[in-house]
Design a protein around this ligand. Structure first.
Ligand SMILES: [Zn+2]
Length: 73
């Protein structure tokens, strides 16, 4: 019968849509926007704090710029 097939078809579509809506409303992926904390290191010459990745390291010391590194030698 044509009517029952249409009903089953619509029910199938409805089920798929319902599952998709549930998945969309319940995202498993947690948003983690926490950035890795960048340590601050202190210039051994002038005492200014600079992020570690921007600091110039010389053995165990850090400097804000290469000039201060050279001056501290
Ligand atoms: Zn400095």
């Amino acid at each position: 019968m044509f009517g029952i097939r249409v009903l089953i078809y619509l029910a199938g579509i409805g089920l798929i849509v319902w599952i998709l809506i549930r998945l969309a409303k319940n995202p498993r992926t947690e948003k983690k926007t926490a950035k890795p904390v960048d340590d601050m290191v202190r210039c051994a010459r002038c005492g200014m704090f600079v992020p570690r990745h921007e600091a110039i390291s010389d053995e165990e010391r850090y400097y804000c710029c290469s000039q201060h590194r050279d001056e501290d030698r």
